[in-house]
Design a protein around this ligand. Sequence first.
Ligand code: ADP
Ligand code: MG
Length: 341
Amino acid sequence: LNKRGNIDDEFALINQAISDFTSYHSLLVPNGDDAAIYKPTPGQGQIVCVDTMVEEIHFTKNTMTPFQIGYKSVAVNLSDIAAMGGTPRYFLVSIAVSPDWNAEEIIEIYQGMKSLADTWKIDLIGGDTVSSKKGLVVTVTVIGEVEERVKLLRSNAKPGDMLFITGDLGKSAAGLHYLLEPSNILSMESAPSTLIDAHQMPRPHIQEGQILAFFAEDGISLNDVSDGLASEASEIARSSHVSLVITKEQVPLDRELINYASKVGKDPFEWVMQGGEDFILVGTVPSECVQEVQELFKGKDCTFHVIGYVQEGNGEVFIKENGNLHRVHKQGFNHFSQLKE
Ligand code: ADP
Ligand code: MG
């Protein structure tokens, strides 16, 4: 990198950015050749997923630091591995860099990726570096493994099952609301830090997914919450040809979420249902397994909340409040919905 921090040589830059990455697995061919070669663990299914973050769509320089952009680009993929009950092993990064990003920022992005890579002991095994005329784009692919018997599918929900979540919902959307509202920053003495953290540095629920994988044969459906509870619940209900009932009183609301919502005149439950990017897990479990699952979660210091149940139906989601059922319509964020009108 040159004195002004501009990017002259992208390969030197990436090499510098990844120079302190640790290798946790022995690869047949590591990063640096045309492609990497890894050896799958016998008896394990290979899980592959990819997610892209685009500047001005998923983040801006005002809502996220470069470190957080790198962290989150890996976290959202680890969340998909978690939703399959798996263990992450390897990842690849494709990065498109526009002229308004300098070398230090790119190195910081990789430091954010490295922090999660070290937590979960995953190896960076490849990538691609290109330029973009406008906006930074980061695409991460994660490869994980899961025992062949484990299939925690959206289509596994059955009438009589319980609906659960593994953490708090709505916090990320509330944190983003704060970050996008500059007047908040001036008018509030203390920033709602748990909400901002939830948006900038979501923790992938890998351990939670692995506990649920023990119960795979009992029939667990599972989804990570990237688009809001209404949307994720609807995916389970539709794939399983059932309906889901969310009991409003059972849905936990974080104290800081309640406080912030009342300060800005919003309904916190709206953020729970329609927000998104919480990256906790939502799913269903047969009612006879609930107690055992709950105990395992407690033993690992993980959270498990029953928030409703599954009944016969055809893809509907309902909220039950004071004994009455209201139909919920799926409105989670959809990148193409603006185009339809
Ligand atoms: P090829 O032209 O064969 O596709 P490249 O010249 O693009 O390969 O990349 C050379 C090596 O550097 C490859 O092993 C690739 O995986 C790695 N690499 C390139 N860009 C990145 C990146 N952004 N992050 C991590 N590794 C990268
Ligand atoms: Mg090549």
